[in-house]
Design a protein around this ligand. Structure first.
Ligand code: 5AD
Ligand code: SF4
Length: 464
């Protein structure tokens, strides 16, 4: 470490998009001497990359800032300075208030501006300690200004291809904090995927708040949908697995559905949020589809890829939700069957969203009860799927060492964690494994032994 290396500590809240953004912030700051540290205590710069989607996000940020304050003071006593930045969606939504309430904060910037971080740091570092607030939705595309270097520290990784949302579901802050929907060009995505593969990546998850609304402009001037992009990425040598998240049922077009049947690299797992099974609630949420539309879509997807494991998001206790509406959600879950486990949340009013202004808000007790009922059902469906795995042989991509010595952990095509005993050199390889047992959400298995007739030669060698 050279003497002018500075320590950067980033705390990330919320979704994968924020995880990706934090990584890119680190990439932007590396050339000006910042090195990521796992230790906040004597960092030169602390970034809180915040999430605004559900819980009491802003309060969490203020209490974290309270904890940071003494560290800043200590650093100042030693003649140094700890710069503190609040980034992400809370910053976007409440920038000015943060500046006013927490004067210790040097910088507040939204998700669209982190490529301008070096400039902001220069400004904030001046002796006078200017404060920087940058929560514009700039006209330039932030992706065009990010360094090309992509850090990959494993065999799986995320790649943001699309950002923002124009759907305006009435409960959701994303259209306000992440701005209008924007897609990266296919070429820049393919180039980034190639670099990631060269650095050891085997599986990519394409990210976007509305990832299947992807509509990048190709070099030929034509608009590419997600189906076409997936096919092009499947041609990248060495990229073995492709996933994407999060999608909206309305943007699931036929080409993408066909890709699920035709592109072997596209994994048979799909997170397809529906939020509710009640047409009345779907309408109030501005989802712009019915429960029947969703059933038809699921049928089409399963026709294309019969072993598709589905996951979803649900909101219980949306304003005005009756027992009957909730019963419709339960019915939908029973009918669809979510093998891959789904996420369910109690509705929480987000300031500035239309649903927050509705009078008919439900009590916490009702929300708690519904959440419990829904989670039990979803949990049981996932458990039943996991319990159907013993005896099956499935390809597993090994990602890292397990907790027990000699153990490796990988993922099934359906995103289940799989544990086997095997040598470290298998990390990064896809190995056929016979599942022997399930425990909790994990599967345990053993590699299909070399020597079985259908075993490809490379695999026999890898196992030898
Ligand atoms: N209350 C509860 N859940 C919410 N989500 C988004 N906004 C809210 C809210 N105000 C959930 C939705 C979405 C997921 C990312 O978070 O289910 O799909
Ligand atoms: Fe929010 Fe998703 Fe609806 Fe967009 S589509 S408003 S991100 S829930």
């Amino acid at each position: 470490m050279t003497s002018n290396t500075k320590k950067l500590f980033i705390k990330t809240y919320g979704c994968q998009m924020n995880v990706y953004d934090s990584q890119r912030m680190a990439d932007v700051l590396a050339p000006i001497g910042y090195e990521v540290s796992q230790d906040m205590d004597d960092a030169d710069m602390v970034i809180l990359n915040t999430c605004h989607i559900r819980e009491k996000a802003a309060e969490k940020v203020y209490s974290e800032l309270g904890r940071i304050r003494p560290l800043q003071d200590r650093k100042a006593e030693g003649g140094g300075r700890m710069l503190v930045a609040v980034a992400g969606c809370v910053a976007q939504a409440e920038g000015e208030e943060i500046m006013a309430r927490a004067p210790q904060v040097d910088m507040v910037f939204g998700p669209q501006t982190y490529h301008r971080l070096p400039e902001m740091i220069a400004q904030a570092s001046r002796a006078a300690g200017e404060k920087v607030l940058d929560t514009d939705f700039p006209v330039e595309d932030k992706f065009d200004f990010l360094p090309e270097e992509t850090k990959v520290d494993g065999v799986t990784g995320f790649l943001t291809i699309q950002e923002g949302c124009d759907k305006f579901c009435t409960f959701c802050v994303v259209p306000y904090t992440r701005g209008a929907e924007a897609s990266r060009s296919p070429q820049s995505i393919i180039d980034e995927a190639r670099r990631m593969v060269a650095a050891g990546l085997r599986e990519v998850t394409l990210l976007g708040q509305n990832v299947n609304a992807y509509h990048g402009e190709g070099a030929d001037g034509k608009e590419w949908g997600l189906g076409r992009l997936v096919r092009a990425l499947a041609d990248v040598d060495g990229l073995e697995r492709i996933r994407y998240t999060t999608s909206h049922p309305r943007d699931m077009d036929d080409d993408l559905i066909r890709a699920h049947g035709e592109v072997p690299q596209l994994m048979p797992y799909l997170h397809l949020p529906v939020q509710s099974g009640s047409d009345r609630m779907l309408e109030a949420m501005n989802r712009k589809h019915t429960a029947d539309d969703y059933f038809r879509l699921v049928d089409k997807l399963r026709e294309a890829r019969p072993d598709l494991a589905l996951s979803s998001d649900f909101i219980v206790g949306f304003p005005g939700e009756t027992d009957q509406d909730f019963a419709d959600t339960i019915k939908l879950v029973q009918k669809v069957g979510y093998d891959a486990g789904a996420f369910s949340f109690k509705y929480s009013a987000r300031p500035g969203t239309p649903a927050a202004a509705v009078e008919d808000q439900l009590s916490e007790a009702v929300k708690d009860e519904r959440l419990k009922g829904l989670q039990q059902l979803l949990e049981a469906q996932q458990a039943a799927f996991n319990q159907s795995m013993p005896g099956k042989t499935i390809p597993v991509l090994f990602e890292k060492k397990g907790r027990m010595p000699g153990q490796l952990v990988g993922r099934s095509p359906y995103l289940q964690p799989v544990h086997i005993d095997g040598p470290d050199r298998l990390i990064g390889s896809i190995i056929e494994c016979r599942i022997t047992e399930t425990k909790g959400h994990s599967l345990f298995g053993e590699p299909v032994m070399a020597g079985s007739e259908d075993e490809p030669l490379e695999r026999k060698r890898a196992l030898a």
